[in-house]
Ligand binder design. Structure first.
Ligand code: MRU
Length: 376
């Protein structure tokens, strides 16, 4: 079993990036060297690194390493265009998590603005590297804020209970982020606040992020925890053994609909039926205001091998030869099944948000009609 250093998925220093090969956890600790955006793209696509915030950081830093000692003879505008193209390529590695495209857009905007005044290409690369490094530092601080807001909010919502048991899905911890985690960060904060009775984690088939990664993190943190099969979740809720489900997010649409690891929707439906609170914990960078609803979220489909073979596709064949496979990596939970969304800035009910947005919309329409009328 891997040791404590195995909880750091991204090991970065200027001009050097190593990614923990999460496919081998928890039995083996192996880091791969990432020299450029092509190595970064492959590491993301092949699940060496996974989890919405971690893939965004891995992509940004892979390119930072590539440009750190690049022999580039072009103008500042050409350097900005070079970065922009590489970022577009990195975004194509996995489509569902918005954090990757959000980071790319911010970095593209920054370099193209800098190119307007920079005196050489080197200055563009320097600004890019520093911005990517800042993203790595900010992610941990944001996660800690999500953890402390979320723990206080959930405790209040559960009548200041000091005996809270929760269920989580997939892996949203240190391994999925730069450190601390989102949904798992809230669980950490509940535990350190002395109010967590137990955390249950699902296996998260077919790639087993729950049994391999979340279970590993929970054991490492000495948080009282129990692993369940995905199919045991409804029975667990029926027995009243959890008061809340806490999951992460890959993309949250403007109306609060949330894409997360396949099986999240099942948990939300079960939670609603059993009167269990259902929380989504994510940084604000996971919110995609450009998408009106979850209907528009592109869901990644992964290789049939993940189901046909054991170990999420890496082991022996277990399914009958010739069977066809549908393997969506994510599903969308509608906002009306979500009790609240917990971010580093605030916790809010997506339902209330819809309500406020509707009021805003109607009042804007009325105002526009009044102006139109006034202008004749
Ligand atoms: O396919 P994965 O392992 O990248 O999926 C990860 C998830 O669905 C996580 O819940 C999500 O990215 C949030 S991670 C803080």
């Amino acid at each position: 079993m891997a040791g404590s250093d195995a909880l750091q998925s991204i090991v970065y220093a200027r001009a050097s990036l190593r990614l923990l090969d999460q496919r081998k956890l928890p039995l083996e600790v192996d880091y791969i060297n990432v020299k450029d955006s092509s190595d970064g793209w492959n590491a993301i696509r092949d699940m060496v690194v996974r989890g919405a915030p971690a893939i965004a950081l891995a992509a940004a830093l892979a390119l930072a390493v590539e440009v750190s000692d690049l022999d580039f003879t072009g103008t500042p505008a050409e350097a900005a265009a070079f970065i922009s193209k590489k970022l577009e390529y990195l975004v194509s590695s996995r489509p569902t998590a918005v954090n990757l495209s959000d980071a790319a857009t911010k970095l593209q905007t920054l370099v193209s603005k800098t190119a307007e005044t920079a005196k050489d290409a080197k200055a563009i690369f320097q600004v890019y590297i520093e911005a990517a490094e800042t993203m790595l530092v900010d992610d941990v601080a944001d996660n800690k804020a999500i953890g402390s807001h979320g723990a206080k909010f959930i405790q209040r919502q559960l009548g200041n209970s000091k005996n809270i048991s929760v269920l989580t899905h997939c892996n949203t911890g240190s391994l999925a982020t730069a450190g601390y985690g989102t949904a798992l960060g809230v669980i950490r904060a509940l535990h350190s606040g002395g109010v967590l009775d137990k955390a249950f984690c699902t296996e998260t088939r077919p790639f087993n992020q729950g049994s391999r990664l979340t279970a590993f993190e929970l054991v490492h943190e000495k948080i009282p925890a129990t692993l369940i099969a995905d199919s045991a979740a409804a029975a667990l809720m029926k027995q009243g053994r959890v008061q809340a489900v806490i999951v992460g997010a890959d993309r949250i649409a403007a109306n609060g609909d949330t894409a997360n690891k396949i099986g999240t929707y099942n948990l939300a439906v079960s939670a609603k039926y059993h009167g269990v609170q259902f929380y989504v914990a994510a940084p604000v960078t996971s919110i995609d205001l450009a998408l009106p609803s979850g209907e528009e979220i592109v869901i990644e489909e992964r290789s049939p091998k993940e189901l046909l073979n054991s170990e999420g596709g890496l082991g022996k064949q277990v399914a009958a030869s010739g069977i066809s496979v549908w393997n969506p990596a994510f599903d969308v939970t509608p906002a009306n099944l979500i009790t609240a969304i917990i971010t580093e800035k605030a916790c809010f009910s997506p339902f209330l948000r819809c309500f406020f947005e509707a009021i805003n919309f109607v009042s804007n329409m009325l105002q526009r009609t009044l102006v139109d009328n006034a202008l004749g």
